[in-house]
Design a protein. Structure first.
Ligand SMILES: Cc1cc2nc3c(=O)[nH]c(=O)nc-3n(C[C@H](O)[C@H](O)[C@H](O)COP(=O)(O)O)c2cc1C
Ligand code: SF4
Ligand code: SF4
Ligand code: SF4
Ligand code: SF4
Ligand code: FES
Lengths: 425, 823
C-alpha cells in the first residue's frame, strides 16, 4: 500500500490542513516558479496535452485537448473557472483534497491561468464546503502575499486574480454551463452548446471550466513531466493517479489516492477492507451516482475510462459506492432516481417529466404494485430519455437504471411476482 | 452555403441555419413546440428530435443543431416517432387537459401534436397540477396548469420586450413559470407572451369564451394608433372585432404589438360610438339625416366665404387626407393643417432646411443591426413601443450601445447598459449641440459634402460637453462617450419622436438632430438612419400629402386664434379633438365657441359637443385605404367590420361634402390612391399592387438627403423654478382615442401626476393623494403616482385625458413652472 505514489495526498495527515509553509516544505510552488521562469504558455499547454490527463469532474474529457480549443491569444477578458460543486451522491474527493491541502488548487489555478492566459479565476464551491472555502480564501491570501497572485507575477508581465464563489447548492450547478449561469447570478439552467464556453462562456467571454482534481494535477505534471505522469497509471492508455472516494457497505469508507487502472477487486478488498458485516459483494457504482452498476463479475476490471466503458459503465468521478448482498437494487436505484428527479433543473421534457415517471415506475415495483407492462415501460424510458435530453444530467440519472436492467432485471421480476419487495419481510 | 440531405432530398442552405430551418425552407415538416422564429435557439421540449447519420447513437434536436456540410438527416423513423410520442405523453401526465373550456382549443400545439401522434391513453399516472390561476389583471389570464414549460413567454418578454416579467422557478417536476415573488402579473401588457404561448396557459381575457378560433374571420389591417404602423390582424365574428390575432408574416412588426394595438381595439365596438349625424337645433345637438347634416355643414361653410379653416387628424388614411385637401380647394381656403400646429410643422420645416427631406431616412428593421443608437426624449418607447422593442433586440443580439437624451428615466433607460444623458427640462437642444461639439472637436466628423460647417463650428463653441453638462446637470464624460460611439459606429440610428405633447422647440430639435445625423454621416448612409417618428398612425402620410397651410394660409394655432377673434368664421375638425389635446385651452374654447363648427369623429368628443354639425365617422377597422408609417412604409387597411348605425367612413363623408359643393370626387379609395400618388412627391411611381403584405417603403430603405446643410441652433436656458411639470405620453395610451378603449383604460384609467420619491417625501405625498398644480394661467389636479424615474423637482403628467383639462395650464412650453398643493 505504501509504495503507491502520492501526489495529491502527499501532504494529507488526519485532521490537519497544510498551508503555505507546509506546502512549500514538500516542494509546493516550485512548479509555479518553473512554469513562470522557464516555460511559455504554449509549452505548458503542450505539456498537459502530452500528459494525457483526463478531466476528473466526471466526463473525462482530455484536459490538454480542451485547452487547445481555448483562444488563449484572443484579446479581452478570459476566465478560468474551477468546478468544486461536487454534489453527486458518493463523490467527495474534491472536498477531501481541499481539507488537506488547499494550496495545490491555488497553485494549479495560477499555472493553468498562465497557460491559458486568463486574467481572472473563480473557484465555484459547493455550499456545504464552508471549511474548504475558508481554507481556500486563506491560501489565496497567502499566495497573494507571496506574490503568486496579483499584478506581474514573478516579473512575467502576467496578471491574475482569483476569487472563491459559493454555490447556491444544487446538483445542476455542477454542470459547467449551468455553473456559469449561476456565477453570473442567473438561474442555473445549462446553456445551449454551441457556443461552447471556450468561445462564449462567463459574461460572454472565453472560459475554461475544470474540476478541482484536474487542476490540482497540473503542478505535479509540471514538476514530474508528461511521461512520468502517464506512467503512473496501470493501464497503457491511462495516466496519473486518481482520488477514489469509497462509500457504502465497506469496512473502510475513506478517500484514497490510487493509480488509474487499479483493479476493482483491489480497491474493494485492499482499500475498502472488504464488504462489511462479513456479507458478500453485490454491486457497486464505480464512479459516482450517475454510473451504471458493476457486479461481482467485474472484480478484475481495471478502473479507467476505456475499460469501464467496455463493460458498459463509466469511470465518472471514481466515487466507488458498494452494495452488499442484502441490498434491494430496486430500492437503491429508486433512492438515486429520487435525487436526480428532484435535482433536474426542469428545462427539458425528458428529464423534468421523464425522470419523475421513472421514479413512479420504480416506486410501483418497490411497493409491489408493478406489472410486466411497467417493466416494459421502464425499458422504453431508457431509450426515450438517455441521449435525448438537453444536458447530461438525465443521461447520468439513467445510468443506474441501465445497470439495474442489465444486471438485476430478475430482481424486478421478483418484485412483480411476489407483489412486494423480496428484501423486506 | 452548406449542402446537406434531409429525407433523401438534396438541400443547400445558409451556414447559419439550423436543421429545422433548413427543413422548413424546403417544406419538410418537423414538429416543434419550444421553437419560435423570433427567439434565440432553445432546445428544451425535445419534440423536434431527428436522426443525423453523422451523430448516431442519439437523437438530435433539429431546432438548435446547426447544419454542417454533408449532413444526412432523417426526420421520421419508428424510433423518432416513439420518442416524440413519449415526450407528449410526459407533457400530458400533469396537464389538466381541459380542452373543452380552453380558448386555445383548435389552435393549440399540444392538442394538435397529441392528435397527430395519436397519444390515445397515457400509460403514466401522475398528479394533475392544481395551481391557482392568475387573474390579477384584466388582460392576461395565466393558467399554469396548462403550461408545457416551453419558456417562450420568459424568452419573448426578455429578448424582445425587454421587460422580464417571468422566470422559471423551482426544480424538477415542480418547475413552473412565475413572476417575481410569484405574484400576479403586472407589466406592460403588450401581450407578446400570449401570442407566443403554444397552449392555453396564457390567454387574452377580453376574448374569453367569445369564439372558437375557427369561427373567426381574419382580416389584416394596420393599427390605428401610432406611427409604428404595426400590422394588426382582426379576429372578426358577428360584425365585431373579437380579438387581435397573432401574425408574424405580414408587415414590419414581426407579430409584436403593444398594449394599444393588442388590447386597445375595443373602442371600435363601443356602444358610445356616434351612429347618426347630429345637427344643432335651438342650441341642442339633435339627430339628423345625412342629407340635412351635409347641407347644413356646406351652407355654413359657404356662409363663411373664404373664412374657413380645416384641421385634420393624422389617423385618416392617405386617401381621406387627399379628399380633405380637395375639399380645402373646393372651399377656396388655404387654411389647412393637421394636429398640433407648431409641432409637426416645426419638425418638417427643420428637416427641410437641413436635409431637404421630411421623413425618416431609413427603415425600422435596420435598427436591429445598429451598433449605436441615440433616442431623443425619454418617452420614445412610450410613444413607439414596438420600435422600442427593435432597439432592445439590437442591444441584446448585437450589443448595440444605446443612449437616451432624457429629462426623466423611461423604459429605454432600463435596457442593458443603456446610457441616459439626463438633463433639466427643456434642454435637449443643448445636449445635441454638445454631441456635435465633441464630434467636431475630436475630429470625428464626416465633413465631406457638408455645407455650413464653419458657421456651425463657430456656433458650437459655447457647447463643450463640460459647459453643457454643467448647465443641464449631466455628465460630460457620458456625453463624450455617446458622441464617440455615434461617430464611430458602422451602423447607427438617431430617433426623434414628435407629437402633440412635444411642441416646444420642435423645429430647433429637428435641426439639431439633423446636424448630428450629418456630422456622423448617419443621414443617408446605407444601414444607418435618422428616424422621425410621428405620434399618430398616419402622421407621415399627412406630411407627405402636405396637409399643411398653403401659401398665405394659417396653421392650426393661427386658425384657432383667428376663429377666437372672429376672423375665421367656420372650422371643420376632421378626427381631431383640440379642446382636449391642443395646448392653450382658453384659446381653443373661444375658437370653437365663436365659429360655425363642424366636427367629424367616432365619439362625441368634448370638441364635438360644441359643434353645430357632427358627422359620425368610421374607425380604422371599418375602412380600406393606406397609412404611411414613420419609416415611410405605405400599408393597406382592410375592412374588418361594418360601421355602427349610419356612421360612414371619413372617405364617404368627404365625398358627400365634395358632391354637395358641386365638385367631383374619386369613387373609391383605390381611385383616390392613384390620383394622390400622381401628385405626392415620393409616391409618383407607387401603385396599390406594389403595396403588398410588407407594405411599400417610398424612397427605399435608404432615403438620400437632398441637402446637407448644417444650421446652427441656439440651446435653451433652464427654468429656475423649484417645481416643473413635464407633459408627455404614457405607454398605455395614444392620443385621446385610447381613453375610449377598455384595454388601455384598464391599465391606466385616469390622469395622474407622477413625481419622484424625494419630492413625495418632502411634500408628504403618497400614491393616490390628490395633488393640485397651480400656475398663473390656472390649475389642474390629479392623483399622485410616486415613482423612481423623475429627478427632484420634476413632475410628469400624460396628456391623454380629457378630464384633466391639462391645456388650461399647458400652452406648448417645454416645462411648466408649477406650485404643488396637496388637496
Ligand atoms: C449534472 C451534472 C453535474 C456535474 N457536477 C460536477 C461537479 O460537481 N464537479 C465537476 O467537476 N464536474 C461536474 N460535472 C461535469 C462538468 O460539467 C464538467 O464536465 C467538468 O467540470 C469539466 O471539468 P474536467 O474536464 O476537469 O472534468 C457535472 C456534470 C453534470 C451534467
Ligand atoms: S437534462 Fe434537461 S431538465 Fe435535466 S438538468 Fe439537464 S437541462 Fe435540466
Ligand atoms: S404582456 Fe408583455 S410585458 Fe407583460 S409579461 Fe407578457 S410579454 Fe412581458
Ligand atoms: S406559459 Fe405558455 S409560453 Fe410560457 S412556458 Fe408555459 S406553455 Fe410556454
Ligand atoms: S400603437 Fe403603435 S406600437 Fe402599438 S401596436 Fe399600434 S402601431 Fe404598434
Ligand atoms: S422545438 Fe426543438 S427542442 Fe423544442
Amino acid at each position: 500500500m505504501s509504495q503507491v505514489p502520492q501526489l495529491l495526498f502527499k501532504n494529507r495527515r488526519p485532521g490537519e490542513t497544510v498551508f503555505i509553509d507546509g506546502y512549500r516544505a514538500t516542494g509546493g510552488y516550485q512548479p509555479l516558479e518553473k512554469a513562470f521562469r522557464e516555460m511559455t504558455p504554449v509549452e505548458l499547454r503542450e505539456l498537459v496535452k502530452s500528459s494525457n490527463l483526463r478531466g476528473r469532474g466526471g466526463a473525462g474529457f482530455p484536459t490538454g485537448v480542451k485547452w487547445t480549443f481555448f483562444p488563449a491569444d484572443a484579446p479581452g477578458p478570459k476566465y478560468l473557472v474551477c468546478n468544486c460543486d461536487e454534489m453527486e451522491p458518493g463523490t467527495y474527493k474534491d472536498g477531501e483534497l481541499l481539507m488537506a491541502d488547499p494550496h495545490q488548487l491555488v497553485e494549479g489555478m495560477i499555472v493553468s491561468a498562465y497557460a491559458l492566459q486568463t486574467d481572472v479565476g473563480y473557484i465555484f464551491i459547493r455550499y456545504a464546503y464552508e471549511k474548504q472555502a475558508e481554507y481556500l480564501r486563506r491560501a489565496i491570501a497567502e499566495a497573494k502575499e507571496a506574490g503568486y497572485i496579483g499584478k506581474n507575477i514573478l516579473g512575467s508581465g502576467f496578471d491574475f486574480e482569483l476569487h472563491v464563489h459559493g454555490s447556491a447548492g444544487r446538483y445542476i450547478l455542477g454542470e459547467e454551463t449551468a455553473l456559469l449561469n449561476g456565477l453570473e447570478g442567473q438561474r442555473p439552467n445549462p446553456r445551449l452548446k454551441p457556443p461552447f464556453p471556450a468561445t462564449r462562456g462567463l459574461f460572454g467571454q472565453p472560459t475554461t471550466v475544470n474540476n478541482v482534481e484536474t487542476i490540482a494535477n497540473i503542478p505535479h505534471i509540471i514538476s514530474g513531466g508528461a511521461e512520468w505522469f502517464r506512467d503512473l497509471a496501470l493501464t497503457p492508455e491511462g495516466s496519473g493517479t486518481k482520488l477514489f472516494g469509497l462509500s457504502g457497505h465497506l469496512n473502510c469508507t475513506e478517500c484514497f489516492e490510487l493509480p488509474v487502472g487499479i483493479r476493482l477487486g483491489e480497491v474493494v478488498e485492499t482499500y475498502g477492507q472488504g464488504v462489511w458485516k462479513n456479507r458478500k459483494f453485490k454491486a457497486c457504482l464505480p464512479g459516482g451516482a450517475s454510473t451504471p452498476y458493476l457486479t461481482e463479475e467485474h472484480m478484475d476490471v481495471a478502473l479507467d475510462f476505456m475499460s469501464l466503458e467496455k463493460v458498459g459503465s463509466r469511470f465518472g468521478t471514481a466515487g466507488v459506492t458498494v452494495f452488499d448482498d442484502q441490498t434491494c437494487m430496486v430500492a437503491a436505484t429508486l433512492n438515486l432516481i429520487q435525487f436526480f428527479a428532484r435535482e433536474s433543473c426542469g428545462w427539458c421534457t425528458p428529464c423534468r417529466d421523464g425522470l419523475s415517471m421513472v421514479r413512479w415506475l420504480l416506486e410501483k415495483f418497490e411497493t409491489g404494485k408493478g406489472s410486466p407492462e411497467h417493466l416494459d415501460m421502464l425499458k422504453d424510458q431508457l431509450q426515450n430519455i438517455s441521449g435525448n435530453s438537453f444536458c447530461a444530467l438525465a443521461e447520468g440519472a439513467m445510468g443506474p437504471v441501465a445497470g439495474l436492467l442489465t444486471h438485476f432485471e430478475q430482481e424486478i421480476i421478483d418484485h412483480i411476482e411476489k407483489g412486494r419487495c423480496p428484501f423486506k419481510s | 452555403m452548406v449542402n446537406l440531405t434531409i429525407d433523401g432530398k438534396q438541400i443547400t442552405t445558409s451556414k447559419t441555419s439550423t436543421i429545422y430551418e433548413a427543413a422548413k425552407e424546403n417544406d419538410i415538416y418537423i414538429p416543434v413546440l419550444c421553437y419560435a422564429k423570433k427567439l434565440l435557439p432553445y432546445g428544451a421540449c425535445r419534440v423536434c428530435l431527428v436522426e443525423v447519420e453523422q451523430m448516431k447513437g442519439r437523437l438530435i434536436p433539429s431546432c438548435t443543431t446547426p447544419v454542417t456540410e454533408g449532413m444526412v438527416v432523417t426526420t421520421m423513423s419508428d424510433e423518432i416517432k416513439k420518442v416524440r410520442k413519449t415526450v407528449l405523453e410526459f407533457l400530458l401526465v400533469n396537464h389538466v387537459v381541459d380542452c373543452p373550456v380552453c380558448d386555445k382549443g383548435g389552435e393549440c400545439d399540444l392538442q394538435d401534436l397529441t392528435y397527430e401522434y395519436e397519444v390515445v391513453t397515457s400509460r403514466f399516472e401522475g398528479e394533475k397540477f392544481d395551481l391557482p390561476k392568475d387573474e390579477a389583471n384584466p388582460f392576461i389570464e395565466r393558467n399554469m396548469n396548462r403550461c408545457v414549460l416551453c419558456g417562450k413567454c420568459v424568452r419573448v418578454c426578455d429578448e424582445v420586450v425587454g421587460y422580464g416579467s417571468y422566470s422559471f422557478i423551482n426544480r424538477g417536476f415542480e418547475t413552473k413559470i412565475a413572476t417575481a415573488f410569484d405574484r400576479g402579473l403586472d407589466c406592460e401588457f403588450c401581450g407578446q407572451c400570449v401570442s407566443m404561448c403554444p397552449v392555453g396557459a396564457l390567454l387574452p381575457r377580453p376574448f374569453k369564451f367569445k369564439a372558437r378560433p375557427w369561427q373567426l374571420k381574419e382580416v389584416n389591417s394596420v393599427c390605428g394608433y401610432c406611427g409604428n404602423g404595426c400590422t394588426v390582424t382582426l379576429g372578426v365574428k358577428d360584425n365585431e372585432v373579437q380579438t387581435i390575432r397573432f401574425n408574424d408574416e405580414t408587415g414590419v412588426n414581426d407579430g409584436n404589438l403593444c398594449i394599444r394595438g393588442r388590447f386597445g381595439y375595443s373602442y371600435v365596438n363601443s356602444n358610445k360610438r356616434l351612429t347618426k349625424p347630429l345637427v344643432r337645433r335651438d342650441g341642442v345637438l339633435k339627430e339628423a339625416s345625412w342629407d340635412e347634416a351635409i347641407q347644413t355643414a356646406v351652407q355654413g361653410f359657404k356662409d363663411a366665404g373664404e373664412q374657413v379653416g380645416i384641421i385634420s387628424g393624422a389617423r385618416l388614411t392617405n386617401e381621406e387626407l387627399f379628399l380633405v385637401k380637395n375639399l380645402s380647394k373646393a372651399l377656396g381656403t388655404e387654411n389647412l393643417d393637421h394636429s398640433g400646429g407648431e409641432c409637426y410643422k416645426g419638425v418638417t420645416e427643420g428637416l427641410l432646411e437641413t436635409l431637404g427631406v421630411r421623413a425618416s431616412t431609413a427603415t425600422f428593421p435596420l435598427v436591429e443591426k445598429a451598433n449605436a443608437i441615440l433616442a431623443i426624449r425619454s418617452d420614445f418607447y412610450e410613444t413607439h413601443p414596438v420600435f422600442g422593442m427593435v432597439v432592445n433586440q439590437a442591444i441584446r443580439r448585437n450589443e448595440a450601445k444605446l443612449s437616451i437624451i432624457a429629462d426623466k428615466f423611461g423604459k429605454l433607460s432600463k435596457l442593458p447598459n443603456a446610457r441616459t444623458l439626463l438633463h433639466k427640462p427643456g434642454l435637449e437642444l443643448n445636449v445635441l449641440n454638445a454631441l456635435c461639439h465633441v464630434i467636431v472637436e475630436e475630429g470625428l466628423a464626416k465633413t465631406e459634402g457638408l455645407n455650413g460647417l464653419d458657421e456651425l463650428k463657430a456656433a458650437l463653441k459655447e457647447y463643450s460637453a463640460e459647459t453643457v453638462a454643467e448647465l443641464v446637470g449631466g455628465d460630460a464624460d457620458a456625453i463624450k462617450q455617446t458622441a464617440r460611439e455615434l461617430a464611430g459606429a458602422e451602423n447607427a440610428a438617431i430617433m426623434l419622436a414628435y407629437g402633440l405633447p412635444y411642441t416646444a422647440y420642435s423645429k430647433e430639435l429637428a435641426i439639431a438632430a439633423a446636424n448630428l445625423a450629418l456630422l456622423t454621416g448617419i443621414a443617408g448612409r446605407q444601414g444607418s438612419g435618422l428616424y422621425l417618428c410621428g405620434e399618430k398612425a398616419n402622421s407621415q402620410g399627412a406630411i407627405d400629402l402636405a396637409i399643411l397651410p398653403g401659401g398665405k394660409g394659417m396653421g392650426a394655432q393661427q386658425m384657432l386664434a383667428a376663429a377666437g377673434s372672429g376672423e375665421l368664421k367656420a372650422l371643420y375638425l376632421v378626427g381631431e379633438d383640440p379642446l382636449v389635446s391642443y395646448p392653450n385651452r382658453s384659446l381653443v374654447e373661444k375658437a370653437l365657441e365663436k365659429s360655425f363648427l363642424v366636427v367629424q369623429d367616432i365619439f362625441l368628443s368634448p370638441s364635438a359637443q360644441m359643434a353645430d354639425v357632427v358627422f359620425p365617422a368610421a374607425s380604422f377597422a371599418e375602412k380600406a385605404g393606406t397609412f404611411t408609417n414613420a419609416e415611410r412604409r405605405i400599408q393597406q387597411l382592410h375592412v374588418g367590420i361594418k360601421s355602427p348605425g349610419e356612421a360612414k367612413t371619413d372617405f364617404a363623408i368627404l365625398q358627400l361634402l365634395l358632391k354637395e359643393l358641386g365638385t367631383s370626387a374619386p369613387a373609391t379609395p383605390a381611385e383616390a390612391f392613384k390620383s394622390l400618388a400622381a401628385e405626392t412627391p415620393g409616391y409618383e411611381m407607387v401603385s396599390l399592387d406594389m403595396v403588398g403584405p410588407q407594405g411599400y417603403v417610398w424612397g427605399g430603405d435608404n432615403l438620400e438627403p437632398e441637402l446637407k446643410q448644417l444650421v446652427p441652433v441656439a440651446g435653451a436656458q433652464p427654468l429656475a423654478d423649484k417645481y416643473q411639470l413635464l407633459v408627455g405620453s404614457a405607454l398605455y395610451h395614444s392620443g385621446t382615442l385610447s381613453t375610449h378603449a377598455k384595454g388601455p383604460n384598464a391599465a391606466v384609467a385616469a390622469p395622474y401626476i407622477e413625481l419622484g420619491r424625494e419630492d413625495a417625501a418632502e411634500l408628504q405625498l403618497v400614491n393616490d393623494d390628490m395633488l393640485k398644480l397651480k400656475t398663473v394661467e390656472g390649475e389642474i389636479q390629479a392623483k399622485v403616482k410616486v415613482d423612481r424615474r423623475l429627478p427632484k423637482g420634476v413632475f410628469f403628467t400624460p396628456y391623454h385625458f380629457a378630464e384633466l383639462e391639462l391645456n388650461k395650464i399647458y400652452s406648448g412650453q417645454p416645462a411648466i413652472a408649477v406650485e404643488p398643493v396637496k388637496v
